[in-house]
Design a protein around this ligand. Structure first.
Ligand code: AMP
Length: 563
């Protein structure tokens, strides 16, 4: 079975294409959204999703989140006494989603299409594939999130030529894309984004404003208290959808601190963040060579676009009302539609998708600027935002007299200084010695729809060629490698899926216990003990009823703490 996965910074979703339509798959807790959070508890049990998020409230040091930001880097996250990379953490999320899908669909899930932010570079895309493979999935395609979102928004459905701008503000990333639908083809014309800007920054801005107004120095708070402040800020932020001046309240050092924060005041505190949103919008319009008034449709994606501050920013900036689908699920629905296209299901109209290369690919050259040889110059071969698949050739010449080899560095990036860009690979080729500039070499870069870059270097006088493929099929983890990765994590046992809702309720109870005092705390204690007694009886129906009761009770207590 082929599934589509939106591996998000904050939440991840899994979906498939069945009976001619996209279908979101609920996780073991019955929700479509699985928080992209991983924890290891004191018994070495692996917790994933909502349970990990809840555990993380009390045990932040044993919990990893927002790791998508470090995809493709060496960064390690400490969870208890373990060190895990973003790839490993993502593979745990993917494994959990795969299990949920297998349970729901009652069949093995082997193939997957995974979406990534459009500006993910080669390493980040490769890392995402690796995470999928380590989770036992064959990643048949990586697609750009905005492309998926545009499909979900029905771009192309009524066969009308149009230009669309996708504004995707998730928990931790911001992505702007300009797409064009023309004669049954969706083309991505430009993408721009900021990997370090998202809804969480708007939560952090609200938390800082609250602490500043309450005259509390953030440094004086321990990690747990800060977590509580952030959680209360997150809840308050979401209330702006329905209230103009919600109250942010949180218990700090046993005392309840409560403040009303009017929307206008919050908006003012977000000015810097809003300013940062402008840059990628301007860049994408410039790169696509279109004016604002040439955009026919504006689509909002990502949970943070629910914030009224963002809505009014969008209306002011684009001078139009955006179309809205559920911003949390749009990408997953689009990936599922992509699965439909892939499976050639007759129910869906064939739409040929054309993507763009999200960054410039080039090489290092030596340039004579009239005074001296500048050896660290970057020669772009495929410019960013070129529609792919694409193949481009540049001719280079030997730089020194008597040169016997040419070293070709394959670089990615936008800086004119070669060493500021990222090296993807390198290859070396022999040339017949002769005076500088005598020998010519053709360098051909071919970038395909799966972000696979092939580089061929040919010495024109001798016909000698060298070829290298960056992020090729051969880069896929071998079965043994994938197994070895799985094994490294295998000793971490995941709690049985039917017990997960109980575990979550107990963890939530423990957290609420810590957050309360006096009578409330005693009542929480009694409720937990009561639930534990029911658990011991092992009667499934009774457990479900008691769990519902406990959750409802905790809802009431939490409303009081946070109100
Ligand atoms: P995503 O990465 O798309 O799941 O988006 C998650 C972000 O959306 C988080 O920062 C949430 O705080 C934010 N979010 C979700 N619902 C709302 C809402 N009603 N108002 C404001 N922000 C929201």
């Amino acid at each position: 079975m082929l599934v589509g996965i939106d591996l998000g910074t904050t939440n991840s979703l899994i979906a498939c294409f069945r009976n001619g339509e996209p279908e979101l798959i609920p996780n073991r807790l019955g929700s479509f959204l699985t928080p992209s959070v991983v924890s290891v508890d004191e018994n070495g049990t692996l917790l994933v999703g909502e349970t990990a998020k809840e555990y993380g409230m009390l045990h932040p040091l044993n919990t990893a989140k927002v790791f998508k930001r470090s995809m493709g880097t060496e960064k390690k996250y400490s969870i208890g006494d373990m060190q895990m990379s973003a790839v490993e953490l993502s593979s745990i999320i993917l494994r959990s989603l795969k299990e949920d899908a297998e349970h729901y669909l009652q069949c093995p899930v082997e193939d997957a299409i995974i979406s990534v932010p459009a500006y993910f570079n080669e390493f980040q895309r490769k890392a995402t594939k690796e995470a999928g493979e380590a989770a036992g999935l064959n990643v048949v395609r990586i697609i750009n999130e905005p492309t998926a979102a545009a499909i979900a928004y029905g771009m192309g459905e009524d066969d009308k030529d149009e230009r669309c701008l996708v504004f995707d503000l998730g928990g931790g990333t911001f992505d702007v894309s300009i797409l064009e639908y023309y004669k049954n083809i969706i083309e991505v014309h430009a993408i721009a984004g900021n990997n370090f800007l998202g809804g969480e920054d708007f939560t952090a801005a609200l938390a800082s404003l609250f602490l500043q107004k309450a005259a509390i120095a953030p440094e004086s708070l321990d990690v747990r208290t800060m977590n509580r402040v952030m959680k209360a800020a997150e809840i308050c932020k979401c209330r702006y959808s329905t209230e103009n001046s919600p109250t942010l309240s949180v218990t700090i050092d046993g005392a309840l601190v409560e403040l009303q924060i009017p929307l206008a005041e919050y908006e003012k505190a977000c000015e810097d963040l809003l300013d940062q949103l402008r840059k990628p919008i301007e860049r994408s319009l410039r790169d696509a060579n279109v004016r604002l008034d040439e955009i026919d449709r504006l689509v909002l994606v990502g949970g943070a676009t629910r914030l009224p501050i963002i809505r009014s920013f969008v209306v002011k900036t684009f001078r139009r009302i955006p179309s809205l689908v559920d911003p949390d699920t749009a990408v997953a629905v689009g990936v599922a539609l992509q699965c439909g296209i892939k499976m050639r299901d007759e129910e869906i109209k064939e739409v040929v998708l054309t993507d763009v290369c999200p960054f410039t690919l080039g090489t290092r050259v030596s340039m004579d600027n009239g005074y001296f040889d500048e050896g660290d110059h970057y020669l772009p071969i495929i410019e960013r935002n070129t529609v792919i698949p694409v193949s481009r050739t540049e001719t280079l010449y030997t730089a020194h007299d008597g040169q016997t080899r040419v070293n070709v560095e394959i670089l990615q990036g936008e800086s004119r200084v070669a060493s500021n860009n990222m090296q993807l690979a390198e290859l070396s080729i022999p040339v017949p010695p002769g005076p500088k500039g005598k020998e010519s070499l053709d360098i051909t870069y071919t970038y395909d729809i799966n972000s696979l870059l092939e580089v061929i270097v040919k010495v024109n006088s001798t016909g000698v060629t060298r070829k290298i493929i960056v992020q090729s099929a051969s880069d896929k983890l071998s079965e043994e490698e994938a197994e070895a990765r799985m094994e490294r994590l295998a000793y971490l046992k995941q709690s049985p899926r039917d017990e997960e809702p109980n575990k979550l309720a107990l963890l939530r109870g423990e957290r609420v216990y810590e957050e309360t005092t006096g009578w409330d705390r005693e009542a929480v204690n009694r409720a937990i003990m009561q639930f534990e007694r029911v658990l011991a009886k092992q009667d499934r129906r009774e457990i479900e009823r008691a769990r519902d009761e406990l959750n409802k009770f905790l809802d009431r207590i939490e409303m009081n703490i946070l109100e």
